[in-house]
Design a binder for this molecule. Sequence first.
Ligand code: CMC
Length: 428
Amino acid sequence: MAEAQAKMALGDKNLELPVLSGTVGPDVIDIRKLYGQTGAFTYDPGFTSTASCESGLTYIDGDQGILLHRGYPIDQLAEQSSFMEVAYLLLNGELPTKAELEKFDSTITRHTMLHEQLATFYRGFRRDAHPMAIMCGVVGALSAFYHDSTDITDPHQRMVASHRLIAKMPTIAAMAYKYSVGQPFLYPDNSLSYTGNFLRMTFGVPAEDYVVDPVVEDAMDKIFILHADHEQNASTSTVRLAGSSGANPFACIAAGIACLWGPAHGGANEAALNMLREIGTPDRIPEYIARAKNKDDPFRLMGFGHRVYKNYDPRAKVMQKTANEVLDKLGVTDPIFDVARELEQIALRDDYFVSKKLYPNVDFYSGVILSAIGFPTTMFTVLFALARTTGWVAQWNEMISDPDQKIGRPRQLYTGPAQRDYVPLGKR
Ligand code: CMC
């Protein structure tokens, strides 16, 4: 990292702060000594200008609409790679050789079963529980089961925990679905691919053979790739913050799942499809565009806008193409897709959206595909969590092995009352 200096004056204090450069992207001003030298903190709610860590995993250029994993563009990975390969890449830093990929695939496959007692744990949930609520609970509960992979100072145990999490998420997600529809859980089938196995555990039943549709398998695998990692987003930062105290890895991922659930983050895919269904027909679009622009109406166009992308989300481009292919190949005609396409065109021409640089994000089209495959909307965010687990564990591993790692402990601008004396109850 080349070092320059940033000059800063605060009152009568003059300060020189190191400027650090990454491989690509904006420089960062290293303010670690700022408080010690000036007694002042920086103020940046929502971390709009703050780099919370150093990372070599994912790079985003929001103005250009670029997303790279370990240097590889997301569209190339989505078109040419597989989710298992991307998971290996994120975790290990390089694309695997054929032999490395086979070994990784086999390791993941052999970790897909859950401890049998976890099946009992599911039965404690109400049948109408949101599957994300079940995911938070069950993934958190893994921390009570796999004690041999929780010494975070041991790189081998960290990798075992990571493999377990990647491997068990499809089983956990499928079981959450099965529980909600009252069907028996299916055990994993080691002869199938990661994605094929997930589809069978979700849509298969013990009474008959399930044949994986290659069109659906391919689309699902692409969706997983597109959601695998996304730099220091809210849920990843949550996983890092939870992990920074040395917490159990499974509990840290449960924290990430909780954060992902929100409609401003992973919950947007569910919200986007619900919105498209509510709009229903293209003639009602202007009414919703007007609502999104109205400052007094909390309504937002779900699946539009992004903290980082001020240009088309590169994932949305692949997602739109995949939606076209899936609907075409499955012969599904869904009026929701027409509403989505028309809404996108109208919004992209509208001054409000243009001036605020609001473009479709990854969630805008993913719901259309998932709905065509047969997933209920409540499962959409679960699929996001399943895929993002690869990014979470890779980021968590990177953080634990970072020599600069410290417990995450932000400061604040305090605006509450200054010190005052306690008034006894009878005198208030
Ligand atoms: N519809 C209408 N107006 C919007 C929208 C939208 N979807 N998104 C942002 N704006 C407006 C917002 O009202 C604000 O206007 P003003 O400057 O007049 O106050 C301006 O654009 C900037 O918005 P912001 O909320 O300050 O931007 P942010 O970076 O804090 O929020 C966001 C980013 C993704 C939370 C937001 O765009 C949003 O709520 N979008 C809808 C939810 C969504 O699709 N989320 C999925 C994100 S991608 C998947 C993931 O990574 O989880």
